[in-house]
Design a binder for this molecule. Sequence first.
Ligand code: FES
Length: 191
Amino acid sequence: MATANAGKQDAGAADRPSRRRALAELLTAPFKAIFGSWFAAGWISFTVGTVSAVLSCVRFLYPNALREPPMTFKVGPPEAFEEGVVRTDWKVKFGVWIVRYRNRIYALRSVCTHLGCTPNWLPSELKFKCPCHGSGFRITGINFEGPAPRPLERYAVRLAEDGQIEVDRSRILREDLGQWTEENGAWISVV
Ligand code: FES
């Protein structure tokens, strides 16, 4: 009996350190989890920050001109445009409507002359309508309703050597300044 009790006591003594270790691990586990995840989060933040900084530096090596649409572009020959139709194909990329109206082809800039919003062409109402404060412009670009103080602007157009219409976005023409003349490139006459 005494031998058996001694055996149990030895086993109990042997279990004590492992129980203590288990208890210690149990108590320190939350701290390890918190500090472990903070450490990981710190590294992730550091890595993301470093990569962003490097990408920003690389981006500055390339001028904006490479990513912006060109100032001049061609839209096709005059025959490609139907009378009385506003073509919206170049609105998103170049901010331009190409219009053929009364045998003139011209490029209207899609910027409202009130505060610079982008109007929409409403074919059923034959007008450009600005969604911001309600300005309306006729198919020619002339303002007729809402707060816009002057007509839409036009970009200069010309017939290029290859027979296509070329739009020059570097040349803005304003009706209120008397710049809407054929000589200025405010339109191309078609027959
Ligand atoms: S910005 Fe177009 S009406 Fe105000």
